[in-house]
Design a protein around this ligand. Sequence first.
Ligand SMILES: [Fe+2]
Length: 399
Amino acid sequence: MSDSQPTWVPFLFRYSTRQIKFAPGAALELGDVAAARDARSAVLVTDAFFTGSEALARIVQALEKKRVATTVHAVPNHEPDTESVAACRGVLQAVQPELIAALGGGSTMDTAKVARILLSNPGDVAHMASFDRYFAPHDSLFVCIPTTAGTASEVSEMAVISKAGSDIKLRYRSQNMSAAIAILDPELLVSMPPQVTAHTGFDAFTHAFESYTSRLASPVTDPLARASLHRILEWLPIAYDEPDNLIARGECLIGSTLAGVVFNSTQLGLAHAISAPLGAMNRVIHGLGNALALPAVTAFNELELGDKHEALCAMLGTERVADGVARLRARLGLDQGLDDFVEGEKHAAIADAALKSGNITTNPRLPEHRDMMAILQAMRVPLKDESPHDRLRQAYAAG
Ligand SMILES: [Fe+2]
């Protein structure tokens, strides 16, 4: 028997997607996927701006070649809300398809996820929102085909929907809600503009980063989170500079999906706890909200990262983790200040909302209200060449 005994920390790893298919052009395999299941009818749920696109026409053609009657339903181009879900559910109820496929960003995938699971769990869209409710499975085959590398909704067991006409975010979670098959096709991402690449890519980076440092990280999630971080750090700046670089798009897509596989089990951290109310109360784009928060949040967490500290410094190429996070943010044109989006008097309300987030409990260091106010203060203006640590220290001194 060895002298050195491992220190075990109990863990739970959860995962529900059955297959992840990756290849350039893989979206066209949707016809084969339908045929393998002997599906004769399909609803393709897609972003409104995708309608009329050549990519969509080719996917519909691939389904029809296999004699799958296909209905296309377009989700409006705004944050998914209870009305988008109700409209999608209406189409699914009318068609009763054997295959439901979501082609789009996180909004479209989340809309399809919730609309589909409500077919086997009747009830009001808003009243059914829950992280703990049992959702009975639905018979249809559910496939997600992401067109961004950010939300990882294609493998996540969660969906977030706004309550129409309000700031309220409704959260759903079930292993029966996830896609059975995720199809990753980097060709769908090559036309994404640099700013969207930066926003969605920084969201994916924050997923990988906060999963890796989460209190629920485990021997199963750590290698996947590291693989995700390595890919995103190497290839996201290239995808940002060269939108047509298929290799960079593919590596970022794999990195984003890996982070989603991980955060089902680990949850996220304080940057996501802050970006959620920034999005709900101030309409700050989700990935940008994470970019505004992560350097200051990392400076706050830095001393609690344990043996992950050295690993992260090696990956980032800096002596302090927060400096590496700030450098990536600047490299992607995201060194911006909170003052451009939120008035100072709203900080207390954002701090209160963030402290109620489930992602606080998995953050490496538990913040109090005073800490939240200092972090928000440190986020107010771009860092330029300043260190996030110095900025946070000044914020505490000023507060
Ligand atoms: Fe996110």
